[in-house]
Design a binder for this molecule. Structure first.
Ligand SMILES: Cc1cc2nc3c(=O)[nH]c(=O)nc-3n(C[C@H](O)[C@H](O)[C@H](O)COP(=O)(O)O)c2cc1C
Ligand code: SF4
Length: 421
């Protein structure tokens, strides 16, 4: 069952507008112009679609808040920053089916009452940027974008903005500051972007994958979508499989597909013996072979003690040392912390120092408890999700592989002979 990759997987399909139109593309936009925005909004709410960028916020509710806001202009912002390590699904959509995203953004504009869309795209996505640039021009030529779309009174433009490579700029409020030309640092919430977004105006900000569901929901109805996959977070999900897996790649499956099925049936099985899996990138907590039956939807993964996030499923086999993996996670966060709040700025650095110490033979057992306490403090006091989740992977590694950490500290070296130090 594919909603988002349905075109991409057809033989001979290209990112050109003609391919998209042949497959029924822009029909949903055409249909949207014939009905009231309120009707479209009801369908999105009925679909129970939740955001695919990580926070799983209900899209219909977000758009209702932006729709009801009385200030103008309003904006549709697409989060195409895709900075979470192990995530590469949005790139596939933008490179292979760019009009799907453009059509979805125009429909969102119609629903919330916006005439301006902006795609904030990861700076390193050179091909996707060029493909989207051409797609926007082609859509304008065919009157799917621009003034008076398809002869209607609805106008909608889309422009592209390239990020400069900071992970934190994927956080929605840091993204908005970056878009406004400021240093990319998160804002205090509330107020939320639906009221005070880009240039302090009402803004619907969504992930590429979230938006890409919209044309099919408009054509087939919210109820149709709500019956796919898990009832609590229905639809499909793009899972990015990477690491020690035979067939890495992007797989679109109904939400709630068991992790074991994703790894075995679709990923072709683990290379070697499974040690751990991060189901939602480095911001999530490790699962082990005891949790392989978990259904891959937002509530179920949360219940299993981790997070689905953007769907970056990173597989780790027993040739890896968990102390080394934990250390690498802290290196990433220490590098990417924007430095604005003390718990995150200092916490990520201290965690990196402690884990580097353990890998180099100078670590202390007390660090393991200290890291657990630091995670709580950082979760409670950091301003944005980066600091709040920076030690999830580390602390879950300590909890589930404590022997490995203790042996490492006692022997003052890596028993597996892996740690780089
Ligand atoms: C540090 C950090 C990085 C994030 N990076 C991304 C990203 O690259 N892409 C994305 O869509 N959401 C990212 N998010 C989540 C966004 O803040 C926001 O929840 C999302 O874009 C909203 O869209 P959605 O409701 O469609 O998921 C990130 C959040 C945090 C805390
Ligand atoms: S939590 Fe970290 S990344 Fe987020 S605002 Fe604070 S210092 Fe910056």
């Amino acid at each position: 069952m594919e909603i988002i990759l349905r075109n991409i997987h057809k033989q001979g399909y290209s990112p050109d507008i003609s391919s998209y139109i042949t497959e029924g593309g822009y029909k949903a936009l055409e249909q949207s112009l014939e009905v009231k925005p309120g009707h479209l909004l009801s369908e999105i709410k009925l679909s129970k679609l939740v955001g695919r960028g990580g926070a799983a916020f209900p899209t219909g509710l977000k758009w209702e808040l932006a729709h009801n806001a009385e200030e103008y202009p309003k904006y549709v912002v697409c989060n195409a920053d895709e900075g979470e390590p192990g995530t590469f699904k949005d790139r596939i959509i933008m490179e292979r089916d760019p009009h799907l995203l453009l059509e979805a953004m125009a429909i969102c504009g119609r629903i919330i009452g916006s005439t301006q869309g902006i795609i904030y795209i990861r700076g390193e996505y050179f091909d996707a940027y060029e493909i989207l640039k051409k797609a926007i021009l082609d859509a304008e030529k065919r009157k799917f974008l621009g003034r008076n779309i398809l002869g209607s009174d609805f106008s909608f433009n889309i422009r592209l903005y390239r990020g400069a490579g900071a992970y934190v700029c994927g956080e929605e409020t840091a993204l908005l500051d970056s878009l406004e030309g400021k240093k990319g640092q998160s804002r205090v919430k509330p107020p939320f972007p639906t009221f005070t977004g880009y240039e302090d105006k009402p803004t619907a900000l969504n992930n590429v994958e979230t938006l890409s569901n919209i044309p099919e929901i408009v054509l087939k109805g919210g109820e149709w979508f709500s019956k796919i996959g898990s009832p609590l977070s229905p639809g499909t999900k793009l899972y990015c499989l990477s690491g020690n897996i035979h067939k890495p790649g992007v797989y679109e499956l109904p939400t709630g597909t068991p992790l074991s099925e994703l790894l075995g049936k679709y990923g072709g099985g683990v290379e070697g013996k499974l040690k751990a899996v991060l189901p939602g990138g480095v911001s999530s907590s490790f699962l082990t072979d005891r949790e392989l039956s978990v259904n891959m939807d937002y509530p179920s993964v949360a219940k299993a003690g981790s997070a689905l996030g953007s769907g970056a499923v990173i597989v780790i086999n027993d040739t890896h040392c968990m102390v080394d993996i934990a250390k690498r996670c802290t290196e990433f966060f220490a590098h990417e912390s924007c430095g604005m709040c003390t718990p995150c700025r200092e916490g990520t650095k201290r965690a990196k120092e402690m884990l580097t110490g353990i890998t180099q033979g100078s670590g202390e057992l007390s660090s393991l408890e200290l890291l657990r306490d630091m995670r709580k403090v950082m979760y409670d006091t950091s301003r944005c999700g980066l600091g709040q989740s920076a030690l999830n992977a580390v602390v879950s590694a300590i909890e589930k592989f404590r022997d490995e950490f203790e042996e490492h500290i006692a022997a003052k070296k890596c028993n597996l002979g892996i740690c780089s130090g």
